[in-house]
Design a protein around this ligand. Structure first.
Ligand code: HEC
Length: 156
């Protein structure tokens, strides 16, 4: 019995790294993971402290309209893969963006997305994104960090 238990325990240890690697080429959704850390370092310093688990939770509000992984479908909103650094309304050419968004002159960096998800209509009055806004600054920091990592091919 003792031997059997030891065997199971070793099998579990051997499996753990494989399970932790789900969805990110071996990286985990943890701000100390090297791949995640490198992506977060492309954002302003405050994002290094983001709570990615909270960001993923809060992104559930976005997921009703958006997918975020490579080649995900556009739904009510465009797929968000690769959105960082893009001019607004250009990341998914097949998506029917509003004229207001296309004419906005915005580029999606962390500061712009922060204003956007605070109140999309305040930033782009004729936008099609009917999202009421996320009032809590920490939640926005966390969700933006999650979007950065997940939309850049990191764990999600
Ligand atoms: C009710 C549906 C809906 C929800 C919820 C929603 N979005 Fe959107 N989103 C849209 C639509 C529609 C557009 C396109 C807007 C336009 O063309 O004016 C959009 C556009 C965007 C864009 C610009 C994409 C591009 O290619 O230029 C970003 C970034 C974005 N949303 C992020 C988010 C985030 C982050 C959340 C959650 C906090 C969220 N959205 C919640 C529908 C939604």
């Amino acid at each position: 019995m003792r031997l059997l238990n030891t065997g199971l325990w070793l099998a579990a240890l051997a499996l753990a790294p494989a399970l932790a690697g789900c969805g990110g080429g071996g990286a985990t959704l943890d701000r100390n993971d090297p791949k995640v850390k490198a992506l977060l370092a492309e954002l302003p310093p405050a994002y290094a402290a983001a709570d990615l688990a909270n960001g993923r939770n809060k992104f559930e509000l976005c997921r009703q309209c958006h997918t975020i992984v490579k080649d995900g479908p556009s739904m009510t909103g465009p797929n968000l893969f690769g959105v960082f650094g893009k001019a607004a309304g250009t990341n998914q050419p097949a998506f029917a963006y509003s004229d207001g968004l296309k004419a906005s002159g915005l580029t999606w960096d962390a500061a712009t997305i922060d204003k956007w998800i605070t109140d999309p209509r305040a930033l782009v009055p004729r936008t099609k994104m009917s999202f009421p806004g996320m009032p809590d600054a920490n939640d926005r920091r966390d969700v933006i960090a999650y979007v950065k990592v997940a939309s850049s091919g990191g764990p999600n």
